[in-house]
Design a protein around this ligand. Structure first.
Ligand code: PEP
Length: 250
């Protein structure tokens, strides 16, 4: 399986800053062809980034999308707007969308279905809060998020990736230990296997939550950790490149 290392820039970097970053980053990774690399910049930078990435080995991602093609949905972005810009991936159900913007499992499911229908590879984000972990509910929460997120597209799992991102690890500097990540990733793999009737061998399970160039090496060694979704550390082209290097060495 080809690993995926994906950058989620969140609400960071203007168009100018995005292009400056890519000027530095693209030459560093131009010879890497054994792992997939994706960057999800802000919506306003997607068009410029798309042109810049056109002949590169770096894929373009969006951080969110709505599920309808068009209509009276002020402020939303449609899958057609993303495919026009040749966006390859879309992050769906990120914990900030769930917890700050109130996205629920059924909306996330509609977005997942729409992304698959439009040929944009969705990364479904799942993960428990600290409270849920402390109550021993981690696997229940992750199971619910995955079953509802994938409802109706179980046969399409080869076009989907999953990111396990414990909410308590996102942007906090406290990553899951390799053992904590492995426990959940193993569970997700067996769940995907059951849901897809064994047709999940191309579905990567990424880990996300305070990944950096210091902890990437230990995390990626774990079986069923098939790459990373990186927030803060991906904002620096050198740090993001170093994380990719650790993945290359596995
Ligand atoms: C994320 O937002 O997906 C993320 C993992 O952020 P960070 O790496 O900053 O924890």
């Amino acid at each position: 399986m080809r690993y995926l290392v994906a950058a989620n820039w969140k609400m960071n970097k203007t168009v100018a800053e995005t292009l400056e970053y890519l000027e530095i980053f693209l030459p560093k990774v131009e010879d890497i062809n054994v792992v997939d690399i994706m960057i999800a910049p802000s919506f306003t930078a997607l068009a410029s980034a798309s042109l810049k990435l056109e002949h590169s080995n770096v894929k373009l991602g969006a951080q969110n999308m709505y599920y309808m093609d068009k209509g009276a949905f002020t402020g939303e972005i449609s899958p057609l707007m993303l495919t026009e810009l040749e966006v390859d991936y879309v992050i769906i159900g990120h914990s900030e969308r769930r917890h700050i913007f109130g996205e629920k499992d059924d909306l996330i499911n509609k977005k997942m279905i729409s992304a698959v229908e439009h040929g944009i590879r969705p990364i479904l984000c799942v993960g428990e809060t600290l409270e849920e972990r402390e109550l021993g509910k981690t696997l229940n929460v992750v199971e619910r998020q995955i079953r509802t997120g994938l409802a109706g597209i179980e046969k399409d799992l080869i076009y989907i990736d999953i990111a396990y991102e414990p909410v308590w690890a996102i942007g906090t500097g406290v990553n899951a230990t390799p053992q904590q990540a492995q426990e959940v990733h193993r569970f997700i793999r067996s769940l995907l296997n059951e849901i897809s009737k064994g047709n999940d061998e191309k579905t990567r399970i990424l880990y996300g939550g305070s990944v950096n160039d210091k902890n990437a090496k230990e995390l990626i060694k774990e079986p069923n950790v098939d790459g990373f979704l990186v927030g803060t550390a991906s904002l620096d082209p050198n740090k993001f490149f170093n994380i990719i290097t650790e993945v290359l060495e596995v």
